[in-house]
Design a protein around this ligand. Structure first.
Ligand code: ZN
Length: 82
């Protein structure tokens, strides 16, 4: 399954498996699942990991890291060809 940016997208049920086992209903609010504008592929959750590309701290959640994501800035730069 892919979104319009070609990023792999997981079902909410699959996200739960990545959610460290201490997710709350609050974090599963659909409005927080993804950027409503569709630009961010990053997942919900506490962002306490650094981006592997630019090293920005607090950019990624554990789920993001496991899925191999980078921060929004880096992802946008890559997708736009900057
Ligand atoms: Zn980054």
């Amino acid at each position: 399954m892919s979104d319009e940016y070609g990023t792999e997208v997981l079902d909410p049920d699959e996200i739960e498996m990545y959610a460290e086992g201490r997710h709350t209903k609050h974090y599963h609010d659909r409005s927080q699942f993804r950027d409503p504008g569709g630009r961010s592929a990053l997942r919900v959750g506490k962002r306490r990991f650094a981006c592997p590309t630019c090293g920005k701290k607090g950019a990624l959640s554990a789920a993001d890291v496991r899925l191999g994501y980078q921060c929004d800035d880096c992802a946008n730069a890559q997708e736009r060809g900057y």
